[in-house]
Design a protein around this ligand. Structure first.
Ligand code: GAR
Length: 210
Protein backbone atom coordinates (compact mmCIF):
# COMPACT_ATOMS: atom_id res chain seq x y z
CA UNK A 1 0.00 0.00 0.00
CA UNK A 2 1.40 3.47 -0.81
CA UNK A 3 2.47 5.56 2.22
CA UNK A 4 0.13 8.38 3.19
CA UNK A 5 1.29 11.65 1.65
CA UNK A 6 1.87 14.56 4.01
CA UNK A 7 -0.74 17.33 3.81
CA UNK A 8 0.76 20.82 3.84
CA UNK A 9 -1.08 24.00 4.79
CA UNK A 10 0.60 27.14 3.45
CA UNK A 11 0.30 30.62 4.95
CA UNK A 12 1.03 33.58 2.69
CA UNK A 13 0.70 37.32 2.56
CA UNK A 14 1.75 38.12 -0.98
CA UNK A 15 2.96 36.88 -4.34
CA UNK A 16 3.47 33.28 -3.37
CA UNK A 17 6.47 32.39 -5.51
CA UNK A 18 7.69 30.05 -2.75
CA UNK A 19 4.22 28.52 -2.63
CA UNK A 20 4.50 27.98 -6.39
CA UNK A 21 7.88 26.26 -5.97
CA UNK A 22 6.32 23.91 -3.41
CA UNK A 23 3.31 23.16 -5.63
CA UNK A 24 5.63 22.55 -8.59
CA UNK A 25 7.91 20.24 -6.58
CA UNK A 26 4.90 18.30 -5.34
CA UNK A 27 3.36 17.93 -8.78
CA UNK A 28 6.71 16.97 -10.29
CA UNK A 29 6.90 14.04 -7.88
CA UNK A 30 9.76 15.52 -5.84
CA UNK A 31 7.69 15.67 -2.64
CA UNK A 32 5.83 12.99 -0.71
CA UNK A 33 3.46 15.82 0.15
CA UNK A 34 0.58 17.82 -1.30
CA UNK A 35 -0.55 21.36 -0.61
CA UNK A 36 -3.95 20.85 1.03
CA UNK A 37 -4.93 24.48 1.58
CA UNK A 38 -3.50 27.98 1.20
CA UNK A 39 -4.47 30.70 3.68
CA UNK A 40 -3.73 34.39 3.17
CA UNK A 41 -4.24 37.38 5.41
CA UNK A 42 -4.69 39.65 2.36
CA UNK A 43 -7.59 39.25 -0.02
CA UNK A 44 -5.48 40.36 -2.99
CA UNK A 45 -2.48 38.11 -2.29
CA UNK A 46 -1.54 36.72 -5.68
CA UNK A 47 -0.63 33.41 -4.04
CA UNK A 48 -4.37 32.78 -3.58
CA UNK A 49 -4.73 32.97 -7.35
CA UNK A 50 -1.82 30.53 -7.75
CA UNK A 51 -3.64 28.12 -5.43
CA UNK A 52 -6.93 28.42 -7.34
CA UNK A 53 -5.12 27.81 -10.64
CA UNK A 54 -3.69 24.63 -9.11
CA UNK A 55 -7.18 23.61 -7.84
CA UNK A 56 -6.05 23.94 -4.24
CA UNK A 57 -8.50 25.43 -1.69
CA UNK A 58 -7.62 29.12 -1.24
CA UNK A 59 -8.83 30.84 1.91
CA UNK A 60 -8.69 34.51 2.77
CA UNK A 61 -8.97 35.16 6.49
CA UNK A 62 -9.49 38.83 7.20
CA UNK A 63 -7.88 39.91 10.47
CA UNK A 64 -10.37 42.80 10.67
CA UNK A 65 -13.24 40.30 10.98
CA UNK A 66 -11.89 39.02 14.31
CA UNK A 67 -11.91 40.90 17.61
CA UNK A 68 -8.60 39.58 18.88
CA UNK A 69 -5.30 38.19 17.60
CA UNK A 70 -6.17 35.00 19.45
CA UNK A 71 -9.57 34.64 17.73
CA UNK A 72 -7.91 35.21 14.36
CA UNK A 73 -5.30 32.53 15.01
CA UNK A 74 -7.99 30.16 16.24
CA UNK A 75 -9.70 30.58 12.86
CA UNK A 76 -6.43 29.78 11.09
CA UNK A 77 -6.09 26.65 13.21
CA UNK A 78 -9.65 25.54 12.43
CA UNK A 79 -9.08 26.01 8.69
CA UNK A 80 -5.94 23.88 8.82
CA UNK A 81 -7.71 21.22 10.86
CA UNK A 82 -10.65 21.22 8.47
CA UNK A 83 -8.22 20.41 5.65
CA UNK A 84 -6.44 17.76 7.76
CA UNK A 85 -3.10 19.50 7.55
CA UNK A 86 -0.02 17.69 8.91
CA UNK A 87 2.53 20.47 8.39
CA UNK A 88 2.13 24.27 8.37
CA UNK A 89 4.46 26.18 6.05
CA UNK A 90 4.82 29.95 6.27
CA UNK A 91 5.84 31.23 2.85
CA UNK A 92 6.08 34.99 2.97
CA UNK A 93 3.50 35.25 5.76
CA UNK A 94 4.37 38.63 7.21
CA UNK A 95 2.49 38.32 10.51
CA UNK A 96 3.30 36.65 13.79
CA UNK A 97 1.63 33.31 14.29
CA UNK A 98 -0.31 32.79 17.52
CA UNK A 99 0.04 29.96 19.99
CA UNK A 100 -3.41 28.76 18.86
CA UNK A 101 -1.70 27.51 15.69
CA UNK A 102 1.77 26.76 17.09
CA UNK A 103 0.42 24.56 19.91
CA UNK A 104 -1.88 22.67 17.55
CA UNK A 105 1.12 21.76 15.36
CA UNK A 106 4.07 21.22 17.73
CA UNK A 107 7.35 21.18 15.76
CA UNK A 108 5.22 21.15 12.62
CA UNK A 109 5.34 24.83 11.62
CA UNK A 110 8.09 26.03 9.27
CA UNK A 111 9.14 29.48 8.09
CA UNK A 112 11.52 30.63 5.37
CA UNK A 113 13.56 33.80 5.61
CA UNK A 114 15.67 35.33 2.84
CA UNK A 115 18.80 35.92 4.96
CA UNK A 116 21.23 33.93 7.09
CA UNK A 117 19.52 34.19 10.48
CA UNK A 118 20.10 35.49 13.05
CA UNK A 119 21.30 38.26 10.72
CA UNK A 120 18.74 40.51 9.08
CA UNK A 121 15.40 39.26 10.45
CA UNK A 122 12.21 41.15 9.58
CA UNK A 123 10.39 41.98 6.40
CA UNK A 124 13.30 43.31 4.31
CA UNK A 125 16.06 40.74 4.81
CA UNK A 126 17.35 40.89 1.23
CA UNK A 127 17.57 44.69 1.13
CA UNK A 128 19.08 44.84 4.63
CA UNK A 129 21.85 42.33 3.78
CA UNK A 130 22.57 44.19 0.54
CA UNK A 131 22.70 47.60 2.23
CA UNK A 132 24.96 46.23 4.96
CA UNK A 133 27.42 45.11 2.30
CA UNK A 134 27.79 41.45 3.30
CA UNK A 135 29.74 39.20 0.95
CA UNK A 136 27.97 36.01 1.98
CA UNK A 137 24.20 36.11 2.30
CA UNK A 138 21.69 33.30 2.03
CA UNK A 139 18.40 31.80 3.11
CA UNK A 140 17.18 30.05 6.24
CA UNK A 141 14.41 27.53 6.86
CA UNK A 142 13.50 27.18 10.52
CA UNK A 143 10.80 26.01 12.89
CA UNK A 144 8.53 28.92 13.67
CA UNK A 145 7.84 30.14 17.18
CA UNK A 146 5.93 33.09 18.59
CA UNK A 147 8.68 35.57 17.57
CA UNK A 148 9.63 36.82 14.10
CA UNK A 149 12.25 34.71 12.27
CA UNK A 150 13.51 33.23 15.53
CA UNK A 151 12.89 29.48 15.95
CA UNK A 152 15.36 26.56 15.65
CA UNK A 153 17.18 26.50 12.32
CA UNK A 154 16.74 23.44 10.11
CA UNK A 155 18.76 24.41 7.04
CA UNK A 156 20.60 27.33 5.50
CA UNK A 157 22.00 27.90 2.05
CA UNK A 158 24.69 30.48 1.41
CA UNK A 159 24.58 32.88 -1.53
CA UNK A 160 27.71 34.88 -2.46
CA UNK A 161 27.50 38.48 -3.51
CA UNK A 162 29.86 38.99 -6.43
CA UNK A 163 31.29 42.34 -7.58
CA UNK A 164 29.08 42.40 -10.66
CA UNK A 165 25.86 41.67 -8.73
CA UNK A 166 23.14 44.28 -8.53
CA UNK A 167 20.36 44.23 -5.95
CA UNK A 168 18.21 42.64 -8.67
CA UNK A 169 20.63 39.81 -9.54
CA UNK A 170 21.30 39.28 -5.85
CA UNK A 171 17.58 39.05 -5.10
CA UNK A 172 17.11 36.57 -7.95
CA UNK A 173 19.89 34.36 -6.52
CA UNK A 174 18.29 34.46 -3.08
CA UNK A 175 14.91 33.42 -4.47
CA UNK A 176 16.49 30.60 -6.50
CA UNK A 177 18.04 29.30 -3.29
CA UNK A 178 14.65 29.57 -1.54
CA UNK A 179 12.88 27.61 -4.26
CA UNK A 180 15.50 24.82 -3.86
CA UNK A 181 15.77 24.75 -0.09
CA UNK A 182 12.12 24.96 1.00
CA UNK A 183 10.88 21.94 -0.98
CA UNK A 184 13.97 20.03 0.18
CA UNK A 185 13.19 20.68 3.86
CA UNK A 186 9.51 19.86 3.34
CA UNK A 187 10.56 16.55 1.84
CA UNK A 188 12.81 15.89 4.86
CA UNK A 189 9.79 16.57 7.08
CA UNK A 190 7.62 14.26 4.96
CA UNK A 191 10.19 11.50 5.41
CA UNK A 192 10.48 12.06 9.15
CA UNK A 193 14.14 13.01 8.83
CA UNK A 194 14.19 16.22 10.91
CA UNK A 195 14.94 15.66 14.58
CA UNK A 196 14.69 18.56 17.02
CA UNK A 197 16.10 18.81 20.53
CA UNK A 198 15.97 22.24 22.14
CA UNK A 199 17.35 24.62 19.52
CA UNK A 200 19.33 21.83 17.89
CA UNK A 201 18.13 20.08 14.77
CA UNK A 202 19.61 17.10 12.96
CA UNK A 203 18.79 15.74 9.52
CA UNK A 204 18.80 11.95 9.66
CA UNK A 205 20.39 10.09 6.77
CA UNK A 206 17.95 8.96 4.11
CA UNK A 207 17.89 5.34 5.26
CA UNK A 208 17.03 6.30 8.86
CA UNK A 209 13.83 8.14 7.94
CA UNK A 210 10.55 6.66 6.83
C1 GAR B 1 10.27 35.36 0.53
O1 GAR B 1 11.51 35.84 0.08
C2 GAR B 1 10.35 34.96 1.99
O2 GAR B 1 11.60 34.44 2.34
C3 GAR B 1 10.12 36.27 2.68
O3 GAR B 1 9.07 36.84 1.95
C4 GAR B 1 9.21 36.48 0.58
C5 GAR B 1 7.87 36.03 0.06
O4 GAR B 1 7.89 35.88 -1.33
N1 GAR B 1 9.82 36.10 4.07
C6 GAR B 1 10.26 36.91 5.04
O5 GAR B 1 10.90 37.91 4.82
C7 GAR B 1 9.89 36.47 6.44
N2 GAR B 1 10.54 37.30 7.41
P1 GAR B 1 6.82 34.98 -2.05
O6 GAR B 1 5.45 35.46 -1.55
O7 GAR B 1 7.00 35.30 -3.52
O8 GAR B 1 7.10 33.56 -1.71
Amino acid sequence: MPEKRMRVGVLISGGGTNLQAIIDASRAGRLDADVAVVIANHEGAYGLERARKAHIPAVWLDRAAYDTFSAYNHAIRLAFEEHEVDLVVMAGYMRLLGTEVLNAFPNRVLNIHPALLPSFPGSSGIRDAWDYGVKIAGVTVHFANEKFDEGPIIAQEAVSIEPDDTIETFEAKIHEAEYRLYPQVIQWMARGRVVIEGRGTTILPQSAGR
